[in-house]
Design a protein around this ligand. Sequence first.
Ligand SMILES: [Zn+2]
Length: 133
Amino acid sequence: MACPFCNPKESGNTIIAENEYAYVIHDKHPIVEGHLLVIPKRHYETIVEMDEKTLCGTMLLVREMEKRLMERVGVKGLTLRQNWHPFLKEDELVVRHVHFHIIPREYNDKMASGIERIELSNIKKNEIAKKLR
Ligand SMILES: [Zn+2]
C-alpha cells in the first residue's frame, strides 16, 4: 500500500500550510475541531530516524501552527502528540510515517478524562533515569 503521507494530495488531503520540510493537514478522524497533523515531507517511520534539519523544520511548522491556532482561531490550549504504535496491526488509523498531532484543548475537555496517573517509587524513577543518562 502506498504511504498516504508521502502522497497527501493523491490521498485527498488539502494542505493547509507547509515549509521546505513539512506540511500540515486536518486529521482524517479529528478528536476536536482544529485537530491538525504536521507531517515531514520525507518518509520516516519514527522520530528517531529523522535527520536534524527535517526534525527542526517540522518543529518550526508545529510552532507556527500552534501560534496561528491561538491567535487566529482562538484556541485556548493545545496538546502536541506523536504516537508510535508498532504493536498495533495495520488499519486505516495506523500510518507508518511519523507525524505530530496538534490537538486544541479546553478546560476539562474529553481528553482530560480517561487517563489515570500511576504512583512511581523513587527507586523505579532512579532506575529509569540511570538507563537514560
Ligand atoms: Zn510516507
